[in-house]
Design a protein around this ligand. Structure first.
Ligand code: ZN
Ligand code: ZN
Length: 349
């Protein structure tokens, strides 16, 4: 599969491309170190540049045939040297490169352009192995969540819930959390990215939990809201019901060939009818894979047309300042005729 990914990338290239972002390196080669450079030529074997720390590791991890070049001090010198030995004098570099790295090409013999990486376009559509890894991550995230569910009751601190959930995800075999877990109760749930605090969950409140784990290099990302007792307000019920319907609106639109912005717009139109659209303050969803936020975005500004094989979140939310917020986040696989729901947890607890 790595070979196919590399070949697909090579078909897109008219000049050599320097891949340096870690997610893209992992996607193309299987390398999981913290520093490496893959020089992909439009044809032929790529060159992998690493320092002394990663020579042995790269020999073990690289799942593609590549010439491993160990660099001493200056990787830019090393890259330009390889290019000139091949008679090449231009280079595309992923625009994820830092300014200081970019400056190191000044005065060198090859002409360099910094470009949005075409690897992100490839990564937006998942292959079979990636979908399996994402499914494993989702299953593990769900199992950990169900294990900590009894903990959610009046008097427990938000951060205790978060710590316990993160521990369970690691204990069950997750490599790491996919992002810092969000646990927000009461009015704090109106903050879409609230950090867990020592606040204790109160009677009549609900807890918003947004959590995820990384398994075999791939992420899960889910959100549920859990009322702590049966006394949640009418307003909570109304907002939550609107969210469930907003989910249905979104899912009924999703399939290959539909514009991502259209799905976002339909959900906003629906929430508008319910009087909630001004409280939906972020985009509808995002791609998930090696990174928890990647292409495509389900947002009003997106120009992406959905393709079969894309994995996206659908996460409408309603955040009312000084009252609280609710969000419901599913993960779906886009297919030719619709979608496949990747998570299996119920929406209501
Ligand atoms: Zn999330
Ligand atoms: Zn998300």
């Amino acid at each position: 599969m790595f070979k196919e990914r590399l070949e697909r990338l090579q078909k897109m290239l008219e000049a050599p491309l320097l891949v340096l972002s870690l997610g893209n390196l992992f996607y193309l080669s299987g390398f999981r170190g913290s520093l490496g450079f893959l020089l992909v030529l439009p044809e032929g074997k790529p060159f992998f540049f690493c320092d002394g720390r990663y020579v042995t590791q790269s020999r073990e991890e690289l799942a593609i045939e590549a010439e491993i070049v160990e660099f001493d001090q200056d990787v830019v010198e090393s890259i330009c040297g390889v290019l000139s030995s091949l008679g090449l004098n231009c280079l595309l570099v992923e625009d994820a490169a830092s300014v200081s790295f970019a400056r190191r090409f000044e005065g060198k013999s090859c002409s360099v352009s910094f470009v949005p990486s075409p690897v992100h376009v490839l990564r937006a559509v998942k292959d079979k192995e990636e979908i399996q890894a994402i499914r494993r991550a989702v299953a593990l995230a769900e199992k950990a969540f169900l294990e900590i569910l009894p903990l959610i009751r009046e008097g427990v601190e938000e951060r205790d819930i978060a710590v316990e959930l993160e521990y369970r995800m690691r204990k069950l075999g997750g490599e790491a959390t996919a992002f810092p877990t969000i646990v927000a109760s009461g009015k704090r749930s109106a903050l879409p990215h609230a950090r867990p605090t020592a606040c204790k969950v109160q009677k009549g409140e609900w807890v918003l939990i947004d959590w995820g784990v990384r398994v075999d290099g791939y992420c899960a990302d889910l959100t549920r809201v859990i009322p702590v007792d049966k006394t949640a307000s009418l307003c909570f019920k109304e907002a939550f019901l609107a969210l469930q319907e907003a989910q249905e609106v979104a899912l009924s639109c999703i399939r290959e060939g539909i514009e991502a912005s259209f799905v976002d717009r339909k959900v906003r139109e629906f929430l508008d009818k319910r009087g909630f659209s001004r409280y939906f303050t972020h985009s509808l969803g995002h791609g998930v894979g090696i990174e928890v936020h990647e292409e495509p975005k389900l947002s009003s500004k997106s120009t992406t047309v959905l393709c079969s094989g894309m994995v996206v979140t659908v996460e409408p939310g309603i955040y009312i300042p000084e009252w609280g917020g609710v969000r419901l986040e599913h993960m779906v696989l886009v297919t030719e005729y619709g979608y496949i729901l990747l998570d299996t947890l119920p929406e209501v607890f």
